[in-house]
Design a protein around this ligand. Structure first.
Ligand SMILES: NC(=O)C1=CN([C@@H]2O[C@H](COP(=O)(O)OP(=O)(O)OC[C@H]3O[C@@H](n4cnc5c(N)ncnc54)[C@H](OP(=O)(O)O)[C@@H]3O)[C@@H](O)[C@H]2O)[C@@H](O)CC1
Ligand SMILES: [K+]
Length: 516
């Protein structure tokens, strides 16, 4: 019988989930000793692949991260590397496996002292991994401080010590690694800042944990990869026409007209069949002159919300975006709020960005109460803080959540009923049902004015074509990152929609044939 290998999606495992995977592997017949041996071997392999032989110091902590360190040290020593080892703890406190490898180490075991760094060119950081419970203290903290001061080259096992693998938070100071080797699956903290910036190059090593253990876990966090949503991607059909591809409405403001124009162009490029920009009459001429493929509808200034109502009467207008350039000054704020509430009242797919979010900072509950249909919110950190002050500030929220973007985005999605895209270099997309995706492909060049407006356009364009909000948001964020990489240095927001076709072609070539 032909064996069909099950493909697992790109799950991210918390420390707790990794512990469960580890236990499930042992139950499935893989001895814990073998896991540790494989982990240490994988780190040693990665080290010799990256660096030539050099004076190396292995810093072993009191748990199994330290256990991996003993294995690495022995491998490097057997390859004649000049290796010293320092141990922070007592052998009595070690697990059976770690104690076994402690004894198998054939060199000296030295106490932690920063003097050891004098002759060292490479540190293997095996102090703390998944079991980190609090900021480093005493000798461990002194060592980390000295490593930072001396700017020493570090290879971290699992995570750089001090980084919380589940949240990416740094508990105190952390010596940044040039290489981090983790096991079985990435952890959220490898993708979330500051953790991501401290890991350096990340290697995920197979240590013999059977993938089938994933079936026993209820996992809700993934790295953003096309495998997650490509089967729902709305490729145009040969027998289709533009009305099959939806009709997005972009609300345009009176003054900052560039923002919503970028949004409209993004929606067009991502494949919306039609896009209408709803423009206040005062700015109508600007929009109409600047836009060609996008239709421009006039909204009377004094009664624009009524005109907006008329526009929404047409059921073919199936996705709406409000926010980019909508306006917040004086009367504009009231109008922006009205437009948002009108859009939400239709129950059609709605994207709320920028001013559409800030307009409700006085009373976010009014906004949350109005969300009853498919809705995606795209706050950056500042907008998030204004809209979800209790998540950011409340003393009831565990303090570590302030650094925990994943939890913040999840709580916000649950509270608002919308899919929340919490933007940044490590954008998190969270669904009210608890699922969350961390994006990892965005280059620094994307942090530029107008980039978010284009993202809102990509999302609304996919919603117009019938994608579900969580999938549409994830796909749009990934495309946005890919386009950023495609353009590279010198990127301006205007370029983003126009480089999308190239990214779509590559994406289609890679994923479409197998998902027809
Ligand atoms: N799961 C797997 O499949 C596999 C896992 N493997 C490896 O195991 C690692 C996880 O091991 P682990 O659970 O023993 O945790 P680890 O990070 O070594 O430390 C725990 C110890 O540190 C202590 N402690 C904590 N914070 C502290 C602080 N700030 N300052 C001082 N002490 C502190 C804590 O003490 P306690 O909090 O109980 O007082 C406890 O004694 C994982 O990262 C990977 O490398 C591999 O072998 C392959 C298979
Ligand atoms: K470590």
């Amino acid at each position: 019988m032909e064996h069909i290998r099950k493909q697992y999606p790109p799950f991210l495992l918390t420390a707790n989930e990794m512990g469960k995977a580890d236990q499930a592997a042992v139950v499935a017949g893989v001895p814990a000793m073998d896991l540790m041996a494989a982990a240490g071997k994988a780190v040693a392999d990665a080290v010799v692949e990256r660096w030539s032989e050099r004076p190396t110091l292995v810093l072993c902590g009191p748990g199994n991260n330290g256990g991996d360190g003993f294995v690495v040290a022995q491998h490097l020593r057997s390859m004649d590397w000049p290796v010293r080892l320092a141990f922070l703890g007592s052998v009595d406190g070690l697990s059976t496996e770690a104690a076994h490898f402690y004894r198998a180490w054939q060199g000296d075991i030295e106490p932690f002292s920063t003097d050891l760094l004098d002759q060292t060119k490479l540190v293997i950081d095996a102090m703390f991994g998944a079991g980190l419970a609090r900021p480093l203290e005493g000798n461990a903290r002194d060592m980390v401080d000295a490593m930072i001061t001396r700017n020493i080259t570090v290879c971290a096992i699992d995570v750089p010590s001090g980084v919380d693998g589940t949240t990416g938070a740094a508990l105190g100071k952390v010596a940044p690694a040039e290489l981090t080797v983790t096991f079985f699956r990435k952890k959220p903290g490898h993708l979330l800042f500051p953790g991501r910036g401290l890991c350096g190059h990340l290697v995920v090593a197979d240590i013999g944990i059977p993938e089938s253990v994933l079936d026993e876990l209820t996992l809700q966090t993934w790295e953003n990869r096309p495998e997650l949503w490509c089967q729902y991607y709305p490729w145009p059909r040969l027998d289709g026409h533009k009305y099959h591809r939806g009709h997005a409405v972009v609300y345009g403001g009176e003054t900052m007209t560039g923002a919503s124009r970028l949004t409209a162009r993004g929606a067009m490029r991502v494949g919306a069949g039609l896009v209408t920009l709803a423009a206040p009459i005062k700015a109508w001429a600007v929009y109409a002159t600047a836009l060609t493929g996008v239709m421009v509808a006039k909204l009377e200034v004094s009664q624009e919300s009524e005109d907006f109502d008329v526009l929404l009467l047409d059921p073919r207008h199936n996705a709406i975006v409000v926010g980019p350039g909508a306006g917040l000054a004086g009367f504009e704020r009231i109008r922006t709020r009205k437009i948002v509430l009108k859009a939400l009242a239709t129950g059609r797919a709605t994207v709320l960005d920028a001013d559409a979010l800030s307009a409700f900072s006085d009373d976010p509950q009014i906004l949350f109460d109005a969300i009853n249909g498919p809705c995606v919110m795209t706050p950056h950190d500042g907008e998030f803080a204004r809209l979800f002050p209790e998540i950011n500030k409340s003393p009831e929220i565990n303090k570590s959540h302030l650094d925990d973007k994943l939890t913040r985005a999840r709580l916000a999605a649950k509270q608002s009923g919308a899919v929340v895209v919490l933007k940044g270099a490590d954008t998190v997309i969270a669904s009210p049902d608890g699922r969350a995706i961390i994006n990892s492909n965005a280059p620094a060049d994307l942090a530029t004015g107008g980039s978010g407006d284009v993202l809102a356009g990509f999302i609304v364009g996919l919603l117009a074509q019938g994608m579900a909000p969580f999938d549409a948001a994830s796909a749009a964020v990934w495309m946005h990152g890919e386009v950023g990489n495609e353009i590279g240095s010198g990127l301006i927001a205007e370029d983003l929609p126009d480089h999308l076709p190239k990214v779509l072609s590559a994406f289609k070539a890679q994923y479409f044939s197998s998902h027809q």
